[in-house]
Design a protein around this ligand. Sequence first.
Ligand code: G3P
Length: 500
Amino acid sequence: MVAEKYVLALDQGTTSSRAIIFDKNGSVVSVANQEFPQIYPKPGWVEHDPIDILESQISVAKKAMRQADIEADQIVAIGITNQRETTIVWDKKTGKPIHNAIVWQCRRTADICEKLKQSEWGEKIKKKTGLVVDAYFSATKLKWILDNVPGAREKAKAGELLFGTVDSWLIWNLTGGKIHVTDFSNASRTMLFNIHNLKWDEELLELLEIPRQMLPEVLPSSYIYGYTVKEIFGVQIPIGSDAGDQQAALFGQLCCEPGMVKNTYGTGCFLLMNTGKTAVSSESGLLTTIAWSLDGKEVCYALEGSVFIAGAAIQWLRDGLRIIAKASDTEYMANSVADSGGIYFVPAFVGLGAPYWDMFARGTIVGITRGITREHIVRATLESIAYQTRDVLEAMEKDSKMKINTLRVDGGASVNNFLMQFQADILGIPVERPKVNETTALGAAYLAGLAVGFWENMDQIKQQWQLDKKFEPTLPEKERERLYAGWKKAVSRAMRWAEE
Ligand code: G3P
């Protein structure tokens, strides 16, 4: 009997490393998950130990195989997807990181970014990289390491140090220190990559004093970069894909045509819209980014917007206000009242992103009367996630001049039926939730499977997308717009609150 074959996706996220094995139908066969320590050296600073990242990732990969009784030689390819922007610098000879990974959330370079943004570089960087200058991206994190670790810049100039986002770090280690690469989607999050000519930008490297030789080679997202060394899994397995996690989720949702959008409901929300061959420049503060490249000649672009606080607002109900015991309680509690009782909750705990961009906005609940109960507050919290999503989708439609016809959803809170129905109602378009919720890993698996011929082509893959539930809008337009107008009014009350 010929043993069944599978693809193994490694999903290296911000709080945990995950490994998911998929069969040829794109169904999940095994999942393993391991959290690893978050390091907060100072307020606003966030680091990871790159060794924790690597070891937890390898350990879950083995566990996923063990759990499902799958041998390493049944894995036809490994797909890599990762938390983006997080920056690692390591010694080429010893393989040792010279500093902890500086995580995407880390704000330590906010001052450098503020200065850059105010200068002529603000616009220039946006034009070249598609990004708004911010400490979020890798460029200033890498500069910080070179400026602050004694001797680092000299060593980097001498070609002794390597830089990589988490994907590069994993691939380099899995291939025994042979292959130093990244893909177009990850490169586009560094703020060092020109998304139009598809090259590392010499002018930006010079500006930030980053030696060119420490950067990885940029390759397609579906590609055989190399093979894992025998010592890890006992056999050599081809590494067939590399993509940033949000882009991988867009691919996993099979949002392959221009105008298709996915929303991942996590701590915050990440919304990505496929814009095809056009790098749409945003007027609303959205990011222009590379979704993927299948062949290295052409890239597919995306517009990206995020909602800072989504699931985090539900966590606050649980841990801060303590009016729910667990996140899943929110669904029946929200359904137990006819509406939010006229209140709005704007969860602007850390300011507001697109399209408001107000870092002084703060969380606000408006419209409270004597009859308001905790059920109303719970309902208003879920509704706020849907309203914020509409804010970003409207900005996407405006910038791209494309009409969004459906929203595909994934992530933790997408299981909440109340939220998904309200989302459809407030957008006035259907919301589609797929059967496979592991869309990020699935995207990485598809890209890897395509590289090794496990799946022949996109058509074969597209047939695999299966709907779990479609939420049709039922709210009359007038009511929808009345509710949304109330949200806008509430946002105006939350804005600029913390301004001196
Ligand atoms: O840009 C950051 C994003 O890639 C992080 O994703 O899922 O690890 O929180 P996640």
